[in-house]
Design a protein around this ligand. Structure first.
Ligand code: SF4
Length: 319
């Protein structure tokens, strides 16, 4: 839960999650929709799906006991080099160096590493350095110490070099070049995608669809819609996506609201229409499930955050 997410945000989610699934076996056997519902609003939903798959693998392959070797931990869905190194070193005392953003900053400054720390090929460069420093007798303390050093002392801005316990070994401190490290590759600007969304009413029920199980926001629910192509009016895009993805026609499409949402690599700008069903049975092309629900029933389904932002406007249509 803490990947890309602040502790304060995570705490209530963690508490609800642990109260619902106190044991690995509980999570492994849970309904995936319940898992996503508990994760609703936390983002990066592949973490939830992977956590459940990992629990299932621990049950089927490891007899319900969390594995202890690096390779077995690394083989669990959703676990990469960082978590495998952190868990096996801190929990089991095994000699694997952790490399996160804080560690990279410390290493880049200690050794004046010119390789951009945010480039996709940076990990092995920093991993090799971290492994060369690792205290193999006490990797747990070493890893936690270097992460804390990065978080509290070797901070991104205004590092506390005069209080730093390793300043005597630090090249950038010696050379007065700390502000130039770590090197970073300039990121391309985040693109904005225009999306048209239809909130389709049939009497007092509204149409919601479920995204396919894998991929971005997999398994979550949303109001149907899709990308607006260049030059296309948003209302036409809304009608087109409804027809293509659900086969239904709509009578009216009145502007309802606009909203924006930012993902890691792009932003979306949503134009949302209040639509009245005009005919046709739902035949799905893309969504893995659909449902006509009352507004009171919306809360039973796990929605992704961009659509949760629309709930107030959707509810106002019926008040
Ligand atoms: Fe970071 Fe300064 Fe310590 Fe070097 S001396 S590791 S730059 S805090």
């Amino acid at each position: 839960m803490l990947q890309q997410t602040q502790v304060a945000t995570v705490i209530p989610y963690y508490q609800r999650f642990m109260a619902t699934f106190p044991k690995i076996a509980d999570l492994a056997a849970a309904n995936p929709q319940q898992v996503l519902k508990l994760w609703e609003g936390l983002g990066y939903y592949s973490r939830a799906r992977n956590l459940q798959k990992a629990a299932q693998r621990i049950m089927s392959v490891h007899g319900g006991r969390f594995p202890e070797t690096f390779d077995d931990v690394r083989a669990l869905p959703g676990i990469g080099d960082y978590i495998a190194s952190a868990v096996t070193s801190i929990s089991f005392g095994q000699p694997h160096a952790v490399v996160d953003g804080n560690v990279k900053r410390v290493l880049a400054r200690l050794f004046e590493i010119n390789h951009p720390a945010n480039r996709s090929d940076a990990h092995p460069v920093f991993k090799t350095r971290a492994e060369s420093l690792l205290d193999r007798k006490d990797p747990a303390t070493f890893n936690q110490a270097i992460m804390e050093l990065g978080a509290l002392v070797c901070r991104p801005k205004q590092p506390l070099c005069r209080q730093c316990p390793v300043s005597g070994h630090c090249n950038t401190f010696k050379n007065g070049t700390t502000a130039d490290f770590p090197k970073r590759q300039r990121k391309a600007p985040t693109p904005t995608i225009d999306v048209a969304v239809g909130v389709v009413f049939k009497k007092h029920r509204v149409l919601i669809v479920q995204r396919p199980g894998e991929g971005l926001l997999g398994g979550l629910w949303e109001f149907p819609g899709g990308r607006v192509v260049t030059g296309e009016p948003p209302e036409a895009a809304c009608r087109r996506h409804l027809l293509e993805k659900t086969s239904i026609r709509i009578d009216t499409a009145m502007p309802l609201t606009e909203a924006r949402h930012t993902y890691t690599h792009f932003k979306i700008r949503m134009t949302v229409f209040n639509c009245r069903w005009g005919g046709g049975r739902v035949r799905r092309n893309g969504p893995s499930a659909h449902s006509w629900v009352t507004l009171a029933e919306l809360d039973r389904y796990p929605f992704h955050k961009a659509n949760l932002k629309l709930f107030d406007a959707v509810r106002r249509t019926q008040s």
